[in-house]
Ligand binder design. Structure first.
Ligand SMILES: *[C@@H]1O[C@H](CO)[C@@H](O)[C@H](O)[C@H]1NC(C)=O
Ligand SMILES: *[C@@H]1O[C@H](CO)[C@@H](O)[C@H](O)[C@H]1NC(C)=O
Ligand SMILES: *[C@@H]1O[C@H](CO)[C@@H](O)[C@H](O)[C@H]1NC(C)=O
Ligand SMILES: *[C@@H]1O[C@H](CO)[C@@H](O)[C@H](O)[C@H]1NC(C)=O
Ligand SMILES: *[C@@H]1O[C@H](CO)[C@@H](O)[C@H](O)[C@H]1NC(C)=O
Ligand SMILES: *[C@@H]1O[C@H](CO)[C@@H](O)[C@H](O)[C@H]1NC(C)=O
Ligand SMILES: *[C@@H]1O[C@H](CO)[C@@H](O)[C@H](O)[C@H]1NC(C)=O
Ligand SMILES: *[C@@H]1O[C@H](CO)[C@@H](O)[C@H](O)[C@H]1NC(C)=O
Ligand SMILES: *[C@@H]1O[C@H](CO)[C@@H](O)[C@H](O)[C@H]1NC(C)=O
Ligand SMILES: *[C@@H]1O[C@H](CO)[C@@H](O)[C@H](O)[C@H]1NC(C)=O
Ligand SMILES: *[C@@H]1O[C@H](CO)[C@@H](O)[C@H](O)[C@H]1NC(C)=O
Ligand SMILES: *[C@@H]1O[C@H](CO)[C@@H](O)[C@H](O)[C@H]1NC(C)=O
Length: 674
């Protein structure tokens, strides 16, 4: 032992400097570490792997991989190097024990003894090295337990004890190493349970406890490790559930829990992980179903558990192997058994509400859209996106999905629920059918009948489709829309004001022969007791003028919007400026003839169709009256369209827009009598 030398090093530097330096050089020469490579004629500070401070005292020795040390490590006079900060002797074929004297390197911050043949227990004197920042003794043959004195290493950032023969428990004092970012105790024979103090290591990024003999449960405190990116507990005997607390560690990229005795269900929160790369839960005793989630990661493994039920199609890219060795799984994915009875949502069943049925429907929906993959998205509206999906039954549906953020907004959530409530009560040949819905925190979806031709807006904007939508079809579509709105205004109890009639919300069937009003997202039950006054909704260009100052929605607002849509259908484009210029007396548009505003992409209508066009144009203009009171009701419009009597036919080129606008006098008188 060299206790006197330590006393000198710690004493008066000025008086002992030269003698301690001499001791350093002496100890260095006697170490025999450089005998093969140097003839000692140069300054010791220039020897390979050595760095000195300005005073010539050694601060760093790094000869990793370069020199055979054998038992020359054990004979090293550690006490002669009071200023040594870094000692790196990795891969130097060191034999034997770590000597007690190593504890005299009181300034040491980096100690790397990895990849050697060290044996025996760690000396307790190591506890003196309180400045250690990195300690790596991995790949050796160290025995005994991890000293509780490791709790002294308060500055430690990296501790690597992996690939040794450590036994006994993880000392709870490790919880004191609050700066630790990497802890690797893997490949040892450590037993006992994972101490809850592990949760104190709030700066931990990587935790490797794999390939040990750990028992007990994963402590709930693991959830405090919110910076964690790697958690490897593979090959232990850990039991109990995977704690939901782990969901707080959402930065986890690598989660390996395989080869344990974990039970309970596969955590559904894996879908909430920020950017997972690998999740391996294979070889455990997990039960229940494979969760539906957003799982997007390179590697995923649930093999050899006790899972049962349907494997959603979204897992198809991972293949059958990652599910092999489970109890009773079925799927449409190649390699699986077929599921006994596919879960369906048939159009004839009444709308489905919250029951057990929701999770099954959730599965189907998420499966059918591969978890709302963008490829299935067919449109985006104010309240969410619309997806096209084929359900297991084979039926193609449109799914209107609120995104999470919107679903959390109580006002949007309310409107969504309103929509559902109203739609489930509506049955009309010109209103889009609601097949079912899923109102659940994770899945806010309406399942609508799918209309393959999309919206009226899109058809009118496509020159080919616009031509296909000939005059007869256009007139019929205008009538369909009128019947649908009339039904909502007059045959529902309580009545329903749509509030957002526009060409975007009119859908067409495959032959463009039938129109369906959709999107009740902002409609609202007009409870006579509740205020009708709300923020203005609707689509710019379709909003009745009075809304600008009254802010009150009435059925007459819908009537105006209908007038705009009807005119849009005749013109092939939104009437735009025409609506405002018609109101000004000086405008030249007053002298415009009806035939001039008709969609020029279609051939001019024949005499019979021209009569219909004149008829719907007359009604459309009546609906566009500035004064709400002067507009007809939708019931009246609908009845007019149904009646056999037609107005006296006039050639379209003799009907001016000014005349059409003045029809309102005749109309109003007629309306107010009914
Ligand atoms: C020892 O050092 C001297 C001077 O630097 C040099 O000339 C000589 O070659 C060295 N001898 C060996 C064996 O390295
Ligand atoms: C460890 O430090 C204590 C006091 O700080 C000292 O007495 C002891 O000798 C040191 N141990 C070694 C091995 O240097
Ligand atoms: C220890 O040295 C080895 C070999 O040079 C290296 O791979 C390892 O990263 C080092 N350990 C630390 C903690 O830096
Ligand atoms: C953690 O590290 C910081 C700087 O790296 C240091 O100031 C602090 O004292 C360390 N914490 C502990 C408990 O030693
Ligand atoms: C030991 O762990 C540390 C910290 O994670 C790491 O930097 C080092 O490379 C590891 N050592 C070896 C030999 O892999
Ligand atoms: C911990 O040890 C394992 C096994 O030796 C190794 O694969 C892993 O890279 C190590 N991790 C770190 C951070 O050193
Ligand atoms: C852990 O291992 C040690 C040594 O192998 C043994 O004495 C001890 O009983 C074990 N502890 C537990 C909890 O299994
Ligand atoms: C998990 O296993 C423990 C016994 O190890 C048992 O008490 C518990 O009920 C199991 N939990 C589940 C969900 O199977
Ligand atoms: C796995 O769980 C099942 C059902 O809970 C149980 O019967 C079985 O014993 C468990 N297996 C293990 C190895 O814990
Ligand atoms: C999943 O784990 C099992 C068992 O460990 C293994 O056989 C299989 O290759 C793994 N699959 C993938 C894709 O990693
Ligand atoms: C409206 O209020 C009246 C009187 O308070 C009440 O009887 C009626 O049930 C209410 N109607 C609705 C739909 O809430
Ligand atoms: C709301 O509007 C409806 C329909 O226009 C009307 O019958 C009802 O009286 C209005 N309610 C209120 C409170 O203004």
């Amino acid at each position: 032992m060299n206790v006197p030398n330590i006393v000198i090093a710690a004493g008066s530097v000025a008086t002992s400097k030269s003698s301690s330096l001499k001791q350093e050089v002496q100890a260095l020469m006697e170490s025999g570490w450089w005998s093969g490579s140097s003839n000692f004629t140069t300054s010791h500070c220039d020897w390979p792997g050595i760095k000195c401070n300005f005073g010539g005292s050694i601060t760093e020795i790094d000869i990793a991989g370069n020199i055979y040390l054998g038992d020359k490590f054990r004979k090293f006079k550690f006490s002669s190097f009071p200023n040594l900060v870094r000692l790196s002797l990795s891969n130097n074929q060191i034999l034997g024990c770590i000597p007690f004297e190593i504890g005299s390197l009181s300034k040491l911050t980096h100690l790397n003894l990895s990849h050697n043949y060290l044996t025996g227990q760690l000396p307790l004197s190591l506890a003196n090295l309180t400045k250690l920042v990195k300690f790596d003794i991995s790949f050796n043959g160290i025995t005994g337990s991890i000293p509780k004195e490791f709790g002294n290493f308060k500055n430690l950032l990296e501790l690597n004890l992996s690939h040794n023969k450590f036994t006994g428990p993880i000392p709870s004092t490790l919880g004191l190493l609050t700066n630790l970012s990497n802890l690797n105790l893997s490949f040892n024979e450590i037993n006992g349970s994972i101490v809850s103090e592990i949760g104190l290591l709030k700066n931990l990024l990587n935790l490797y406890l794999n390939n040990n003999n750990l028992v007990g449960q994963i402590p709930l405190t693991i959830g405090h490790l919110t910076k964690l990116e790697t958690l490897n507990l593979n090959w232990n005997m850990i039991s109990g559930p995977i704690p939901t607390e782990l969901a707080s560690c959402f930065l986890i990229k690598f989660l390996s829990l395989s080869h344990n005795y974990l039970n309970g269900s596969v955590p559904s929160w894996v879908k909430d992980l920020y950017a997972p790369i690998k999740i391996d839960l294979s070889y455990n005793n997990l039960t229940g179903n494979v969760p539906i989630s957003l799982i997007r990661m390179r590697e995923f493994n649930l093999s050899y558990n006790s899972l049962e039920g349907r494997v959603p199609i979204i897992f198809k890219n991972y293949g059958f192997e990652v599910f092999i060795g489970n109890k009773d799984l079925c799927s449409d994915i190649k390699g699986f058994a077929q599921c006994p009875s596919p879960s369906l949502i048939s159009p004839s069943t009444p709308p489905l509400a919250l029951e057990n049925i929701v999770s099954r429907m959730e599965d189907d929906i998420i499966e059918a859209t591969e978890d709302f993959d963008i490829r299935y998205c067919i449109g985006t509206g104010g309240y969410g996106s619309v997806y096209k999906a084929q359900l297991p039954s084979g039926k193609v549906v449109a799914l209107k999905k609120l995104n999470h953020l919107e679903a959390e907004d109580p006002t949007v959530d309310k409107s969504f629920r309103n929509e559902v409530k109203m739609m489930t009560e509506i049955r009309h040949r010109n209103i889009v059918k609601l097949h079912g819905y899923c109102l659940h925190k994770r899945c806010m979806v309406l399942i609508y009948e799918y209309m393959e031709r999309g919206s009226l807006f899109c058809v009118l904007n496509n020159d080919v489709e616009a031509v296909e939508l000939d005059w007869t079809k256009r007139v019929n579509i205008i009538k369909d829309i009128a019947h649908a709105i009339s039904y909502m205004h007059h045959d529902c109890n309580p009545i329903i004001v749509h509030r957002d009639i526009s060409s975007n919300n009119i859908l067409l069937n495959s032959k463009l022969e039938q129109a369906f009003v959709s999107d009740f997202g902002i409609a609202r039950l007009l409870d006579p007791n509740s205020s009708n006054q709300t923020l203005v909704a609707g689509t710019y260009g379709y909003i009745a003028p009075e809304l600008a100052y009254t802010m009150v929605f009435t059925e007459k607002c819908d009537v105006y919007s209908f007038g705009v849509v009807a005119l849009e259908i005749l013109m092939g484009i939104h009437p735009g400026e025409l609506l405002t210029t018609l109101s000004s007396s000086s405008s030249s548009s007053r002298n415009m003839m009806l035939n001039e505003i008709l969609d020029q992409r279609l051939p001019p209508p024949n005499r019979i169709v021209a009569r219909d066009i004149f008829f719907v144009a007359t009604i459309a203009f009546a609906c566009l009256c500035t004064k709400p009171k002067s507009r007809p009701t939708m019931n009246w419009v609908s009845q007019e369209f149904l009646s056999r009597k037609k107005p006296i036919a006039k050639p379209l080129h003799v009907v001016s827009l000014w005349q059409l606008k003045n029809q309102e006098n005749y109309m109003v008188g007629d309306i107010e009598t009914q």
